[in-house]
Design a protein around this ligand. Structure first.
Ligand SMILES: NC(=O)c1ccc[n+]([C@@H]2O[C@H](COP(=O)([O-])OP(=O)(O)OC[C@H]3O[C@@H](n4cnc5c(N)ncnc54)[C@H](OP(=O)(O)O)[C@@H]3O)[C@@H](O)[C@H]2O)c1
Ligand SMILES: *[C@@H]1O[C@H](CO)[C@@H](O)[C@H](O)[C@H]1NC(C)=O
Length: 290
């Protein structure tokens, strides 16, 4: 039997090789690393800061709310961060975004891992009103400032052979009704960073980019927007942060969380777009939204 004599041994050899070369995550990979986490005053960004903290990273945090940042810095130090500082910034202003990188350089002397996570802007959750303002504000805070921070940090990252984590959303890959400006900014991120990742590799520049594709996560902001309006259950932000940090430290291309919700949906997207639209439509309680 060909299957037994050839296919199985080949399969076993491939698996053995894979297992042998498989590098597994360890906290040693994080100790002493200089990490900038944007949008780290609350939510998933705050939880990612704690993940990096207990593994002994040097942390630079940023957001608008100074009181919250001070609190998160204290928590990071208690958890075992090698150091923790913050810089207040409003990512609606690109000069302020550049300043975050300047401050990081001044305080940490370099950067090993850039974690782009913040999100905001003037659009909440609800029907798109046909205005330009909410789209421009969403694109500025959720897209242009990401690009600004990235280009400002490029030389530091090249020097340290560092890498980048970009926090995206299912709304950047599948339709996001009632979050139109937000979905546009996340789709822009997906296009920019997947293209940049591939281009850098072709140019032999070693700067891996990890894009995290998230479903519904139980942060105050998301629950505040969506509770009672969609039939999905929110997944825990702590596990979400852990999944993103591990994937980013391992320099994988993409992280999906929660995996068994996001992945099957993305599989349906390409082959059965009509079914996908039906599934999306069925998950909103329209009478609570319109
Ligand atoms: N939660 C979800 O269900 C979900 C789903 C998919 C993707 N995501 C993505 O996950 C990431 C984190 O989301 P989250 O739920 O943790 O959000 P969150 O709890 O609302 O946190 C957002 C962070 O961004 C900061 N921020 C907001 N506007 C800002 C501005 N103009 N300038 C600078 N910082 C600003 C906030 O701090 P300040 O208010 O102090 O500035 C906060 O630290 C985002 O990229 C989001 O798109 C979340
Ligand atoms: C900043 O965060 C604190 C909680 O840490 C909150 O009490 C306060 O209202 C926030 N300030 C603003 C301007 O949102």
């Amino acid at each position: 039997m060909v299957v037994l004599k050839i296919v199985l041994p080949v399969l076993a050899a491939v698996l053995a090789f894979y297992a042998y070369t498989w590098e597994s995550f360890s906290e040693e990979m994080v100790r002493g690393k200089r990490v900038l986490v944007t949008g780290s005053s609350t939510g998933i960004g705050e939880q990612m800061a704690y993940e990096f903290a207990w593994m002994g990273a040097h942390l630079m945090l940023t957001a608008r709310n100074e009181t919250s940042l001070q609190k998160v810095v204290q928590n990071c130090l208690k958890l075992g961060a090698a150091s923790a500082s913050y810089v207040v910034s409003d990512m609606n202003d690109l000069a302020s975004a550049r300043n975050v990188v300047e401050e990081t350089k001044n305080v940490l002397g370099g950067l090993d891992l850039l974690v782009l996570n913040h999100y905001g802007g003037k659009s909440g959750f609800g029907p798109y009103q046909g205005d330009m303002e909410s789209v421009i504000s969403s694109m500025t805070v959720n897209f242009f400032s990401y690009v600004q921070v990235t280009v400002s940090a490029l030389s530091m990252l090249q020097e340290s052979r560092g890498n980048i984590i970009v926090v995206s959303s299912m709304n950047g890959r599948i339709p996001g009704p009632f979050a139109v400006p937000y979905a546009a900014s996340k789709a822009a991120l997906e296009g920019f960073y997947s293209s940049l990742r591939t281009e850098l590799r072709l140019r032999k520049i070693d700067m891996p980019i990890t894009v995290a594709v998230l479903g519904y996560i139980d942060t105050d902001t998301a629950v505040g927007f969506l509770d009672g309006k969609i039939s999905l259950k929110a997944s825990p932000k702590e596990l979400c942060a852990q999944a993103i940090v591990r994937g980013g430290v391992m320099r994988v291309r993409e992280v999906f969380y929660p995996y068994w919700i996001t992945k099957p949906v993305l599989l349906i997207r390409d082959w059965l777009p009509g079914v996908l639209e039906q599934i999306i439509g069925n998950s909103y309680f329209l009478e609570k939204i319109l």
